[in-house]
Design a protein around this ligand. Structure first.
Ligand code: BGC
Length: 372
């Protein structure tokens, strides 16, 4: 696998060189991997293109980038894609950032497969691209990826689900579960799901876990747009079709927004939520409250402050003309190349370790303390 990926990189690099060779002299200043980077002015403009605000982490990231880039001496140009016409609007925002002279563009992609044209435009202008939180696919023009380890997030969710089933269901295996994944246009969705299935599939195979709907493929479990209403209506129909007389013991939910929608649906169907294990991700305020109240079982802490700090550190390295430091050069093959990545470690949170997990987050710690 790795050999094939590396061969692909070599071919892509050769193609990039060939292209540079064909272009005018200006090609010499483009961001080809072979040339030594020269850095850029310390007060340059840095573009940050974020997706629509589908969870609290995206809302927080915008203000952290505004402040952090300013403190680092850069001019930040931080923009969100609006909720409608999101893909096209984000494409336009990125194009405009290139035209306006950004030296680095940080992108939280709305649709990671639809930025090829804009990133070619960026590469031609020598702009470095950092994929933030979500991988950008099918283009060679992504220089770096910075994220929490998404596969690990999924594995932790799978482990939390098994742990919760033991603790809460009130009976021994087999346990009935259903599976949800995120939006298919977000590369993270499949990675979270695959990480979780790495833990859950063997237990489905040996009969410990039963998925009564039979829906175990990522496409069958998808939640378009990461929208709560889509998860809630899928959960409503799963419950009506499969659990009118049987118990539902657990639900793999990829994030907190969807977890709360799944919990609402489960309660409306008259189920005792204290016996059902629902996972999550993002440590959203309402979900931390729900965990402390004994409803949602788990979430994941991905500290947005740390992720934004790491991104700004990488931008600082690029400004000096250095390569940005990475800690993974194997996992994130985007279909064109393995994107060098800096991955941070996610932390699983349940009621039991919430005080410890949020000890550096006064807002969440208050919620935990108020409930304990
Ligand atoms: C992020 C998650 C988030 C989801 C929906 C994903 O790409 O990694 O943290 O829950 O988007 O906003």
């Amino acid at each position: 696998m790795k050999k094939i990926a590396l061969a692909t990189v070599a071919v892509a690099a050769a193609a990039a060189l060939a292209l540079t060779g064909c272009s005018s002299d200006r090609g010499a200043s483009t961001g080809g991997s072979s040339e030594a980077a020269k850095g850029f002015a310390a007060d340059s403009t840095i573009g940050v293109a974020l997706p629509d605000k589908t969870s609290e982490n995206w809302v927080l990231a915008g203000s952290l980038f505004e402040d952090g880039l300013k403190d680092a001496g850069f001019k930040g140009d931080v923009q969100y894609a609006p909720a409608s016409n999101t893909v096209a609007e984000q494409q336009n925002q990125i194009s405009a950032m290139v035209t306006n002279g950004a030296k680095v563009i940080v992108i939280g992609a709305k649709d990671g497969k639809q930025l090829g044209t804009q990133l070619q435009q960026a590469a031609d202008a020598g702009v470095k691209i950092i994929a933030y939180d979500r991988l950008i696919e099918n283009t060679p023009n992504v220089d770096y990826y910075v994220a929490f380890d998404n596969f690990k997030v999924g594995q932790l969710q799978g482990q939390a689900l098994l742990e919760g089933l033991e603790k809460r269901s009130g009976h021994a295996a087999p346990w009935n579960i259903e599976l949800f994944s995120g939006s298919p246009d977000d590369a993270n969705a499949a990675v979270f799901f695959n990480g979780a299935m790495d833990v859950l599939q063997p237990k489905i195979d040996d009969g410990t876990l039963v998925v009564k709907s039979g829906q175990t493929e990522v496409a069958q479990t998808a939640t378009q747009g990461w929208k709560a209403e889509n998860a809630q209506s899928r959960m409503d129909s799963l419950l009506t079709s499969n659990y009118s007389s049987d118990a539902i013991d657990g639900v793999l939910s990829p994030n907190d927004t969807l977890a709360r929608a799944i919990i609402t649906s489960t309660k409306q169907a008259g189920k005792d939520i204290s016996k059902v294990t629902v996972t999550g991700q993002d440590s959203e305020v309402e979900s931390v409250k729900s965990i402390m109240a004994g409803e949602q079982y788990s979430t994941i802490n991905k500290d947005t402050t740390l992720l934004v700090e790491q991104t700004i550190k990488m931008i600082g390295e690029l400004q000096k003309g250095d390569e940005a430091e990475v800690n993974d050069t194997e996992q994130y093959d985007n279909g064109e190349k393995v994107v060098p990545a800096y991955l941070l470690a996610p932390v699983i949170v349940t009621k039991d370790n919430a005080a410890e997990a949020y000890k550096n987050n006064p807002n969440l710690l208050d919620i935990v303390n108020a409930a304990s």
